[in-house]
Each structure stands twice: as C-alpha cells, then as structure tokens.
Design a protein. Structure first.
Length: 458
C-alpha cells in the first residue's frame, strides 16, 4: 500500500482545489472556470471542420507524486486528450445514436456537478426530487400512460430496461422478491431488440435462454404472427410468459414495432407490456410520427433516453411506469437512515447515489419548448431524407430498407468494393463516419442523422 502523507505535500494548497470560506481565492477560481469555458468552446465545440479522430496512438495516464497545476493539466487535455477523442461535433459523424448536446445542457451538466446533490433521498435533494417526480409524470402523460403514471431517471436505457424486467418479474411472481423462487418465466422481444434485454435476464436471475427473440421483417419490425406462435409454444412447453416488449426505434434500422398490436397480444396472455423507446421516443414530439406511438397507453412501463434524440448531454434516461404502485412494489426497499414519510428515489431505483440529471433535462425543455423539440426532431427527419435521396441517386450505393426515423441503412453495390472498405475510405477521407453493424447476416452501413447541421459532404 502507498504511504500517504499526514501533512500537505510540497506545493499543495487547499485554495488551489476548493473555494476558501473567506472568499480570498474566488477570483482565481473564476479565472480557472474561464479556462475551462475556453477549452470547451475553442477545442471541443469549435471542431466541426476537424477530423473524426486526430490521434489514434496509445495514451499513458502518468499519475505524478506531486500534483501539477490545473492550467498545465488543461493544456495536456488540449494537446493529448482531445485529439484522441471521437469528434461527434463534426456534422459528418453519423455513426451511432450519439448526439451533440444542446448548449444549455453542457453548462447545466457543470452546474449539476457543482451543486452535487444526491437523488438518493428527498432530504439530500428536495428541489430535484420534486422536479424529477413532475418530469416523470409529464413524460408519462406525453406518452399517454395516464394519471397514475410515475417513473425514475436512470444512468442509460440499459438500466431502464433491466429495471422494467425486474418490475415485471416481481409483478408476475411477487414471492420472488423475498424467496427468489422463480418458476418457468419467459420473456419475448424482437430479434432486433437491444442487447440489454439479455443482460436483464441475467441480472434478475432468469437467464438469457428464457429470453425468446422473435423474427422481424426486412425493416426490423416484429412479426406479430411469430410473436403469438412463440408465446403459445412456450405455454405448451410448460413455461409462463410474463414480459413482452415493443421496440420504438431499433438499434440498427430504427424500426418501430406495431405497438398497439404487440400490446394487445401482451395483454391477451397476461404479460407485462414494455415499450423500449430509448431512441425513438423523441418522435412523440412530431405530429408526423405520433401515429406510430399509438398503443403506448397499453404499456406497463416505457424506456426513454433524452440523451439520444433530444440532444441532452449524457447521462439522461428514464423508466416510466403506468402505475406508480408497481414501481414501489417492484423495488420494495427501505432507507432506514432517511425519512420514510417522504419521496425517496433511492427506494425506486437500482441506483443509490445518483446525479440530479433532472435539472439539465428541465433546463433543456424550458429553453427549447415543445415546439423547439418538434422542430429539431423534424429537422433531423428532413436531413435524413436528403441522405436517403443521395443514396438512391448514387450508382455505387443501395438502401437496405426504407427508413422509419432518422436512421438510414445502406451498403455498397460495387461487387469489387465491399461495404467495409467503403466505410474506411470515407473515414480516411473525412467524408462520413458511419457505423458498420451486422444486419440479417450482412455488414451494412448505418447513418444516424442527429447533428443539426449534418450532411455537408453530400
């Protein structure tokens, strides 16, 4: 074990790291903040015309014995760290579901860190507990989940999906909360659903073999007849269906399952119905896409990630439930060191200590308004339509399927130039950065058109 000094090391000053209560170093801290503002604006945000990755060499953390000045560290970040990052701010980056964050959420994220409240309990974050509770009900109403809806923010969509499956298990077999006795439960998702569902089955003790993946059509939408056949087959085999999910924005093609029909099947077989709208959920702001979300009112739970298509800085995700009591019963936990008469989100979440991400979400919604959210979502749809037309006009490219959202899947038509080689050429030429997912047995190119100024190279 290293020996830690009892006295401050040489050149170490508390005033370099914390605000002195006598405010003697407040101007120095303010100037340090301006250094970070300049770093973010000049070296991160103002990188639209720079390469996707400048430096691919290995990095060594080099932790010193004596601390270095923060200004020296900032300079090292500028010269050694930022050139090695993926430049999401280049408008021609369209690789994954990674959006550039709206400006207000960047500064709000710093504010969240400075306030440093803890969403474990009301006592530790009173205003943010109120804010999160109201936001969860607001989004629940937006998706049509009714007056008893509630929810909790989570560190990403995977954790929200895991939580949904846990709630479903405890709803279907309440004894499992105490005894762990789980009898023959099986869950159903499409073959295009996110890998977090396998993780969830492992976490809640069911095993991924009891997750039944159902075939999809060429666009990635679940085939309803196959879903019902799979449920019936499992019942004949002595299994107990307990969970059915509809996906609103699949990871590869952005497909949206027929939510209303999937929900009806789930209810017919007395299953918990979940809608994974982690990506596509922002489409609810657009009148063009709202018909695709019919049936969300049937959902027992819903995942949504504003950190994706709503341009909120990570992390910002949520799980919403139709009935608040299911959230309370599902986690069934206590915080004996806190006042149990108040709303404590630590009782309603797999996480304990948690950031107050509700603040940056609220600030983003206040700044953009619902009309601004609609404009941004529909702008990305329009930009993706331009990309789709560009693909169709190119003799070297072909669409894999017609898009549902702002995700365009394409591949090379040139038999002598593979899709993989085409992708690398585009990256090397700083033309486009697309991802290379596996779809129906083939490697294809996926463009997620999220940057508000996307498409300069087309």
């Amino acid at each position: 074990m290293p020996e830690f000094p009892q006295n401050p090391p040489q050149k170490f000053s508390l005033d370099d790291h914390f605000l002195n209560p006598d405010r003697s170093n407040i101007e120095a801290i303010r100037k340090l903040g301006y250094q970070f503002v300049d770093l973010i604006v000049d070296s991160v945000l103002d990188s639209q015309n720079q390469s996707f990755v400048k430096d691919s060499s290995l990095f060594n953390i080099n932790i010193p014995k004596q601390g270095e000045s923060i200004l020296e560290i900032i300079q090292e970040v500028r010269s050694q760290i930022l050139p090695r990052t993926i430049n999401f701010h280049n408008p021609d980056y369209m690789g994954h579901m990674d959006s550039v964050p709206a400006m207000i959420t960047i500064w709000a994220d710093a504010l969240v860190s400075a306030i440093n409240n803890n969403m474990l309990s009301y006592e530790l974050a009173p205003i943010f507990t109120q804010m999160e509770a109201q936001l969860m009900q607001w989004f629940g109403n937006l998706f049509g989940l009714g007056s008893n809806c509630f929810g909790t923010m989570t560190a990403g969509g995977s954790l929200a999906n895991i939580s949904a499956l846990l709630l479903a298990r405890n709803w279907k077999q309440p004894q499992s909360r105490n005894s762990g006795n789980i009898n023959n439960l099986v869950a159903f998702v499409s073959e295009a659903a996110h890998t977090s569902f396998e993780k969830a089955m492992n976490v809640i003790g069911l095993g991924k073999e009891n997750l039944i993946r159902v075939a999809t059509n060429h666009r990635g939408e679940i085939i309803l007849e196959e879903l019902e056949l799979a449920i019936q087959k499992s019942i004949k085999a002595g299994k107990q269906p307990f969970f059915v999910a509809a996906i609103a924005g699949t990871t590869v093609t952005g497909a949206i399952d027929p939510i209303q029909a999937v929900g009806a099947i789930a209810k017919r077989y007395e299953c918990w119905f979940h809608v994974d709208a982690a990506y596509g959920g922002a489409g609810v702001f657009s009148p063009r896409l709202q018909p695709l979300f019919q049936g969300c009112n049937l959902a027992d739970s819903l995942t949504f990630n504003p950190q994706k298509w709503l341009w909120v800085a990570r992390t910002c995700a949520m799980l919403i439930v139709k009935e608040k009591q299911n959230l309370i019963d599902g986690f069934d936990s206590e915080l004996p060191y806190m006042d149990e008469q108040t709303l404590n989100f630590g009782n309603l979440n797999l996480q304990g200590t948690r950031r107050t991400d509700s603040l940056k979400l609220w600030m983003a919604l206040k700044a953009m308004g619902t009309s601004g959210c609609q404009y941004l979502v529909e702008r990305s749809l329009d930009l993706s339509e331009s990309l789709r037309q560009w693909v169709e006009l190119s003799p070297e490219l072909e669409l894999v399927c017609e898009p549902t959202l702002n995700i365009i899947c394409l591949k090379s038509q040139d038999p002598h130039f593979s899709t993989t080689k085409l992708r690398q050429q585009w990256i090397d030429d700083d033309k486009l950065w697309l991802s290379l997912p596996l779809w129906k047995g083939d490697r294809i190119l996926k463009a997620v058109v999220l940057h508000p100024y996307a498409g300069r190279s087309l």
